[in-house]
Design a protein around this ligand. Structure first.
Ligand SMILES: [Mn+2]
Length: 338
């Protein structure tokens, strides 16, 4: 991944005078959304701009400790404040998503400000053609936090990144790569990690805080999802788990509790695709993961009105759970036999 210098020049021009900046990230914010947003907002502030970080809804409990998490405004609980800030923004930076629909309820407040410059920093496939004024879109990057590091390095110098920003960026890189085990693990990613270690980040402590802070309910819900609820189909090549609202209530579900569940079936030998169907009050969220050449981005686009990355994607269904499971079975059969 190389950021062309003319884009950096353009960004410098846009940031030549002090700006009111809104840094926004996606619905159900994850470690990468928060990590990249926090570090990017801090960088803008160090350059003399005002920055507010906004996400559409609450982030999971296991990310609350992140340095800078306390500055993130949640639209769902601060709608008036965020709407006013969105109206006043000179620049809106969209991080870790490229489709405005991923802002859910927050999108109207963003769309209403037609005068703001729109900037994209993201690693998802196929950003919309004419929506952003300047795009740093790198789908071959393992996380937005990695892109943010490279961007900050070129714009403000690596010295602009302190230990707290480094910790936030590391959380993004670590969580989006499944603790450095998925794809796009380039030598340069590890050089960046080395630079963050030199900033003094505490990797064992970060690991412990992110991965060992589950509630009892979450661990029992996981055992329920993998035990009675996991179904292997297509000769063991695809796995499907479903959780209804009723089941979620039974296990005291808190938002973020099902994060990562969809990865577990891929640890079974022979399973190439895994799906988690999670019911909420409006629709069923379909999360998909795969191994190797199995392209769940294509699968999500074709069958579940969604998309994402080749090995990690999502979509939705407005059918009942029974019908959605049936649709998944049919789609998987068609997908694996073509
Ligand atoms: Mn990401």
């Amino acid at each position: 991944m190389k950021i062309p210098s003319d884009k950096i020049t353009r960004l410098r021009e846009l940031l030549a005078t002090p700006k009111n900046v809104l840094v926004v990230s996606h619905y159900n914010p994850d470690g990468d959304a928060l990590g990249s947003s926090i570090a990017w907002a801090r960088t803008l502030e160090s350059m003399g701009h005002r920055a507010m970080c906004v996400v559409p809804n609450r982030f999971p409990h296991f990310l609350e400790w992140m340095p800078g998490a306390d500055r993130i405004r949640v639209f769902a609980s601060h709608a008036d404040e965020v709407t006013a800030a969105a109206a006043e923004a000179d620049m809106i930076c969209c991080l870790d998503f490229n489709n405005p629909s991923r802002l859910e309820g927050l999108s109207a407040a963003i769309e209403a400000n037609t005068g703001a410059t729109k900037l994209l920093i993201d690693h998802h496939l196929a950003p919309p053609e004419d929506y952003f004024d300047l795009m740093f879109s790198y789908p071959d990057s393992s996380s937005t936090s990695y892109i943010a590091y490279k961007l900050i390095e070129q714009l403000a110098g690596a010295d602009a990144i302190d230990r707290d920003m480094g910790t936030a960026l590391y959380v993004g890189m670590m969580t989006d790569t499944g603790n450095f085990s998925f794809s796009f693990l380039t030598p340069d990613l590890f050089r960046v990690v080395a630079a963050l270690v030199e900033k003094g980040i505490d990797i064992p402590d970060i690991n412990h805080r992110v991965y060992n802070s589950y509630s009892e309910g979450r661990v029992r819900l996981l055992s329920h999802a993998l035990g009675p609820k996991m179904e292997l189909i297509e000769g063991g090549r695809a796995a499907c788990m479903s959780l209804t609202e009723k089941e979620l209530r039974r296990f005291n579900f808190k938002q973020g509790d099902s994060e990562g569940f969809v990865n577990y079936p891929l640890s079974i030998e022979g399973v190439l695709m895994s799906a988690l169907l999670l019911e909420n009050h409006r629709f069923i969220r379909v999360s998909l993961r795969s191994r190797g050449d199995v392209d769940v981005n294509a699968f999500a686009r074709r069958y579940f009105d969604g998309g994402g990355h080749k090995n990690a994607a999502g979509g939705k269904s407005t059918d009942t759970m029974e019908r959605t499971i049936e649709r998944f079975r049919t789609a998987a059969a068609e997908f694996f036999n073509n």
